[in-house]
Design a protein around this ligand. Structure first.
Ligand SMILES: [Zn+2]
Length: 313
């Protein structure tokens, strides 16, 4: 049997408010000005910190520093990843700007690792179209500071940071069996030979007994809601309009619940012990994925007694 593998991309846009200190720093970058903050020991921190790292006192004394500085250490990136400051090979460096006592991490645009060294002088290359982001410093390049055209505008208070993780997931032999089962509309778990617990998706080994789980068990597509939450908060990429319910469903015969959607009823009517059954997508859409089950919905059976699932919460 060949184990399955597939690309997996986890990504979302992280939007955060900056607060008074980072807000002022980022507003400065947008205006092509770099400001640090002085700590209680007199050192100037760039980027600024909100509280003194030693005394924890709130810091307020701003200090403008130069747009040029010295490479303190560096490493070479021969194959840049998507989303990094440069698409060609470059150096990540810790750069101590003139007037600062700490170093900041940024990219240095040089053709090869032979063209950068610790102690080298570098200057900011400003982004052509500043937007109020760390990327307003496009990168650093060899040389001394040059006069920059100052920008101006509203204070920057929010920043959106795309977070992205792309990797290839290789399924274990057990997970491959489970995924192949899903393609046929079957729910395959495994039973521990010692404690007899049934795990779905199968883990390959029992986490309690540490022995391989070799017995395959086919489970029905109905079960009991153990715990749940009502999602009221909208977020990017949401497929269903809130409010809706994400619940742990304990399939009959399983000893571990898994998470799925409960639809087909009012969110407010979902409860612990509610009996539910799977609603499968059309067979021609089935893949090696739990998404073949679009959601669970109430089956209409009487609620399961608490004792039947109390050990699975
Ligand atoms: Zn066990």
């Amino acid at each position: 049997m060949t184990s399955l593998s597939a690309p997996l991309n986890v990504e979302f846009d992280y939007t955060r408010s900056l607060g008074p200190v980072l807000g002022r720093f980022i507003t400065g970058l947008r205006d092509r000005r770099i400001e640090g903050i002085r700590g209680d020991d007199g050192r100037v921190h760039v980027p600024p910190v909100e509280y003194d790292p030693v005394t924890a006192r709130k810091l307020t004394e701003w200090v403008e520093v130069a747009a040029a500085g010295t490479v303190r250490t560096w490493t070479w990136v021969s194959e840049p990843d998507e989303g990094q400051p440069l698409t060609r090979p470059f150096a990540w460096a810790l750069i101590q700007l003139d007037g600062a006592d700490t170093s900041m991490l940024h990219a240095v645009d040089v053709p090869s690792p032979d063209d950068i060294r610790t102690g080298m002088r570098v200057r900011v290359r400003w982004a052509a179209d500043p937007v109020g982001s760390m990327h307003d410093i496009a990168c650093f390049e060899p040389g001394e500071a040059v006069e920059a055209q100052a920008g101006q505008g509203e204070a920057v208070t929010m920043v959106t940071t795309p977070v992205r993780l792309a990797y290839t997931h290789s399924a274990s032999a057990e997970e491959t069996r489970y995924l192949d089962g899903l393609r046929e509309g079957r729910l395959l778990g495994q039973r521990c030979p010692v404690c007899r617990k049934v795990y779905i998706p199968p883990r390959g080994a029992c986490p309690t007994d540490g022995v391989p789980t070799v017995d395959e068990v086919e489970l029905p597509d109905h079960g009991t809601v153990t715990t749940f939450c009502i999602v009221n908060v909208p977020f990017l990429g949401q497929r269903i309009a809130p409010p809706y319910v994400a619940a742990y469903v304990l399939l009959d015969g399983a000893d571990i619940a898994f998470q799925h959607l409960i639809l087909g009823c009012d969110a407010s009517s979902v409860r612990m012990g509610m009996r539910v059954e799977a609603v499968w997508r059309p067979r021609e859409e089935w893949q090696q994925s739990l998404a073949n089950i679009d959601h669970f919905e109430p089956s209409g059976e009487p609620d399961a007694p608490f004792e039947t699932y109390s050990q699975h919460l």
